[in-house]
Design a protein around this ligand. Structure first.
Ligand code: IMP
Length: 500
């Protein structure tokens, strides 16, 4: 790592810091890269919440590896860095097992991994119900989930019917809980189309039919056997992770790796098109078993533009609602284009948005879906930093290079009918987002247009290396959203980052 970057890290984060790296948008902002940077000075890296619905891409010895369950800090395991999966996580043992195998094949170790015995356990029927719900929902009610069972796991948890990681270590408890929970569900499954259930259960994520039973639909015994095997595999790393992390507060530098983003948070996000866990700083602290006040630094990651995957409104979506799908359907002649950078100024916003997405490599790491692309939305950012705090890291600034005019959303005009009960009147200008999806649908973004820059910024190592218009873009964000930009990232490499 560049010496100046390392020195800046040491200056900014004192020893014993608890650092939250979370997202202030709809996820996929490049948290992994910022976290990887911070791991140069941290002793513990924790995934406190989320599930295997998010993906983190790492390059190890030139080989690209994507993990969904195992914290990215595992890359530093051989140096004695501890990686923790906290109690707020929906733990899918199959995903974790496969990732650890892959890491071992690449020569990595996992001696310092710790998994909270309180983490929620993702069971095959959670994945089945997630996929069934999506398959059976009306098109306008589909959430566009990642199909990882997240909603059903957390439903079971709050419904007090969930299993947790330590249940994999005890055959009696596992049997007792499953035979309590499953009969009703099996009875319900038997009322549905068996072919659909069969198809879903024959997916590789569900071990290609291992849990399918031709009459019962679910083979409970097969689930029990498999989960007890998982228990044996993980038994040495299952522990009281919360106690461990708490005992290190103030003594070792701890980095908390957020998943998803503030606008996908179950309570603070664009409900109902949200994930089912807490993605804000409070959620990270809670998932780790810490007090929010234990967190000494809050780094909210913000992409220089916006993306969203799955359903739900993104007011600044370039080209309008779900332009990604419109592009795929209506612009077949562009499917062979290899250099989308030539189209980032296209007058047709559907093409322009698609081009920015391709230049930015905006494909979901978990599902491979194309992400929807939007202009930076300061109304949403003001809302998110109101929850998470004003310190932010700006990522992917380089993706905007070459765009002649860059719109930034500075306000929403509410175009719905008067709703005095919630303080909304037709024609009102909102400068802070109200995140409920039905309200967002009624909001029209108001833009200010900034001049872009053509200079290659991917080699910049300080604010002063940036062209004037890129500096103006950042200054505009700071002043108009009342945030403090701490870090700036101008490329995928760890070195392409600097303190502002
Ligand atoms: P779930 O978390 O799979 O239930 O999906 C709920 C919503 O959150 C869907 O719109 C997903 O696309 C979105 N989502 C879940 N995980 C991520 C992520 O890591 N990045 C971006 N969106 C996500």
């Amino acid at each position: 790592m560049r010496q100046d970057l390392y020195d800046d890290l040491l200056n900014y984060f004192f020893s014993g810091s608890v650092i939250s790296v979370h997202c202030n948008q709809w996820g996929d902002t490049g948290k992994g890269k910022i976290l990887d940077l911070i791991m140069a000075i941290a002793k513990i890296g924790e995934r406190p919440m989320g599930a295997d619905n998010c993906g983190h891409t790492m390059v190890i010895n030139g080989k690209k590896i994507v993990t969904h369950m195992i914290p990215s800090s595992i890359m530093h395991d051989a140096q004695g860095i501890v990686s923790v999966i906290g109690r707020g996580v929906a733990f899918n043992p199959l995903t974790a097992y496969r990732e650890l195998k892959m890491l071992m094949d690449s020569g990595e170790t996992w001696e310092n991994l710790k998994i909270s015995f309180r983490a929620k356990l993702t069971m095959p029927y959670h994945i089945l119900f997630d996929r069934l719900n999506e398959a059976r929902a009306n098109p306008d009610k589909k959430i566009g989930t990642t199909g990882r069972g997240v909603g059903p796991v957390f439903q079971d948890h709050v419904g007090r019917m969930g299993l947790c990681v330590r249940d994999m270590l005890d055959a009696d408890v596992m049997c007792q809980k499953l035979y309590h929970v499953l009969p009703d569900r099996i009875a319900f499954l038997q009322t549905l189309d068996p072919q659909l259930i069969r198809e879903i259960l024959h997916h590789d994520d569900l071990e290609n039919g291992l849990f399918f039973h031709p009459t019962e639909m679910l083979d409970v015994d097969a689930i029990i056997v498999r989960y007890l095997e998982h228990g044996k595999f993980f038994k040495n790393v299952i522990t009281d992770a919360e106690k461990y992390v708490r005992s290190h507060v103030g003594k070792s530098t701890i980095a908390l790796e957020g998943a998803q983003g503030a606008l996908l948070d179950i309570d603070d996000g664009s409900y109902p098109f949200v994930t089912s866990s807490r993605c804000t700083v409070a959620g990270l602290a809670h998932g780790a078993g810490l007090r929010e006040g234990d967190i000494t630094h809050r780094i909210g990651v913000v992409k220089a533009y916006q993306t969203r995957v799955g359903a739900g409104c993104m007011p600044t979506e370039i080209g309008g609602r779900n332009a990604v799908e419109v592009f795929a359907r209506d612009y077949k002649q562009h499917s062979a284009i290899s250099d989308f950078s030539l189209l980032i100024n296209d007058p047709d916003p559907v093409i322009q948005g698609a081009a920015i997405g391709r230049v930015g490599g905006e494909f979901g790491a978990t599902t491979g879906r194309l992400r929807r692309i939007g202009w930076l939305d300061l109304v949403a950012l003001r809302y998110a930093v109101g929850i998470n705090g004003p310190e932010i890291a700006i990522t992917k600034l380089d993706v905007l290079t070459g765009i002649k005019k860059i719109p930034v959303c500075v306000g929403y005009e509410y175009c719905g009918s008067d709703n005095p009960a919630i303080g909304l009147m037709h024609g009102q200008i909102l400068d802070v987002m109200m995140p409920e999806n039905d309200i967002l649908e009624q909001c029209t973004p108001i833009y200010e247009i900034l001049d872009g820059w053509d200079e290659d910024i991917s080699g910049a190592i300080s604010y002063h290396d940036l062209p004037e218009n890129a500096q103006r873009y950042l200054d505009f964000i700071e002043v108009r959203a009342d945030v403090s930009i701490i870090l700036i990232s101008v490329g995928p490499d760890r070195e392409q980052t600097f303190f502002a």
